[in-house]
Design a protein around this ligand. Sequence first.
Ligand SMILES: [Zn+2]
Length: 303
Amino acid sequence: MTKQWTTKKGTHRGGKPFNKTSLHRLLTNVTYIGKLRYKDEVHEGEQDGIVDPDVFEKVQARLNRNGRSGGSEVRNKHGALLKGILRCKACDCSMTPSHSTKAGNKRYRYYVCLQAQKRGWDKCPTKSVPAGEIERFVVEQVRAIGRDRLLARESIEKASASVREQIAALATEELLIQRNLAQWQNQLADVIRKLPAGDEDSVLLGILADLQDRIRENEKRLSEIRIDSDGLRKTMVDPDEAAEALASFDELWDTLVPREQAETLQMLIRQIEYDGMSERIAITFHMAGIKSIESRLLAETPE
Ligand SMILES: [Zn+2]
């Protein structure tokens, strides 16, 4: 777990499992070798190091090497930021990254509608879209939301309200099932009491089997409901903290390496629908993704 502390405002921070970002911070923190970082400079610190400088250097070398090769491997081969999240609205299918080589060896990247590719160009009004353009647009939209706290808060509250409604509906269903279950269990006990010992009463046995089936089915549904509402509850975010997370998305975007940019965007956005006719783009956020971003980007240690 990461270090825990309480902010001046009384908010609890840290105490979360290490993620890639917090682990990276830990491994690259020069405080552990008795130094001090001021902006881009590293100075001798007042404190003694607790990590062998040789080990520290080896770790840095390995991080640098893996960071570079990881970049090209993790990021897909066309370097497509929106792979897996961009969809063609008209065909309700995904748009996949592709590229062509134009004259002069300049690579032209685009996303193409899978249906248009399979069933013919004239079947789809969207067809394809230049990759650079739509990527820049989407990133700019997300950053703009991050810059506008009020807008971020509103969007998150709207999404939270719909999650709360779904949780409430599940709770109502759960209550109803529990009431029925109690009733059926009483009836079951009743039937068992009435069953003559050693004798087979086909009517009573039929009722018994029917009750047992109903109870089994509804207990199954009950556990589904609990899993679903647990899952939904986990996606709930605090609007203020989520707005803060989106703000840090804007602030940190330029400092992220391409691989991290792709990861962060994929984590944050569930889908982007592109309508080639009207050229409209609809971005749907992942509530759970906002939460991950929150813990990823806000896992900073206090001053
Ligand atoms: Zn299409």
